[in-house]
Design a protein around this ligand. Structure first.
Ligand code: PGA
Length: 256
């Protein structure tokens, strides 16, 4: 990948796995990975497997993070996990605003912005997910929707300086878990749009931020997506549960 930004290959395991499958998946994946791997690899396991993952990834360059975090650092929030707890277990990253959090758990742009601010304050690097639904795309509202999702965070943060320790992920909702991938051109168009949007505030921030594509990325389509100039890697759901497939996706980020 002949680009100014180092690619990232992130695996979002969602609510999948057992202690046994986690050990197997990471053992196989680690055995394939080269020490000087081009892409940065970040794994997002369910919270309860984070300690196991941390142990399995000791002395490897593979990073890990939380799939979500609470809007508070501690307190009476039954069932929640705080960013502080993620840090204590060695996480450096947190996924925020994933479309499943937005649609199934009613996370609004305001809630996502609050979480983003908290992550930034405590030194966790957020991966902010944005993306339109199929209806919104058909209505021609893709740019409007991703702008709202991005701008609500920028406004709440008072500018784009916090984006220097953040990652963006464009995940069209219609492509997530459906087997339908955005074409490289469709994805590139939105990635370019997001970068231009950030450039309105700060051209360096726009140039430096990594924007991942997510939505049915597989070994068979990864390379063409990653070749696009504004696509800096992928956020992989289903295909990250298969060590060989995930490894092939990682390889695709190193081919160009
Ligand atoms: P998918 O999920 O790769 O299974 O489509 C992507 C995501 O939700 O992050």
């Amino acid at each position: 990948m002949n680009k100014i930004r180092r690619p990232i290959i992130a695996g979002n395991w969602k609510m999948h796995g057992t202690k046994k499958s986690v050990a197997h998946l990471l053992d196989v994946f680690k055995s394939k990975l080269n020490k000087d791997n081009l892409a940065e690899i970040i794994i997002f396991p369910p919270f309860i497997f984070i300690e196991q993952v941390a142990n399995l990834l000791k002395s490897t360059p593979i990073q890990y993070g939380g799939q979500n975090m609470a809007t508070a650092l501690q307190g009476a929030y039954t069932g929640e996990i705080s960013g502080q707890m993620l840090l204590e277990f060695g996480c450096r990253y947190v996924l925020l605003g994933h479309s499943e959090r937005r649609s199934l758990f009613s996370e609004t742009n305001e809630i996502v912005a609050e979480k983003f601010k908290l992550a930034h304050e405590i030194g966790l690097c957020p991966i902010l997910c944005v993306g339109e639904t199929l209806v919104e795309r058909k209505e021609g509202r893709t740019e409007e929707i991703v702008t709202q999702q991005l701008e609500s965070v920028i406004e709440f943060m008072g500018g784009v300086s916090a984006l220097s320790n953040a990652i963006l992920a464009y995940e069209p909702v219609w492509a997530i878990g459906t087997g339908v991938t955005a074409t490289p051109e469709q994805a590139q168009e939105v990635h370019f749009f997001l970068r231009e949007r950030i450039a309105l505030y700060d051209t360096m921030a726009a140039r430096n931020i990594r924007i991942l594509y997510g939505g049915s990325v597989k070994a068979s389509n990864a390379q063409l997506l990653f070749e696009m100039p504004d696509i800096d890697g992928g956020l992989i759901g289903g295909a990250s549960l298969d060590a060989e497939e995930f490894f092939q996706i990682n390889q695709a980020a190193g081919i160009q």
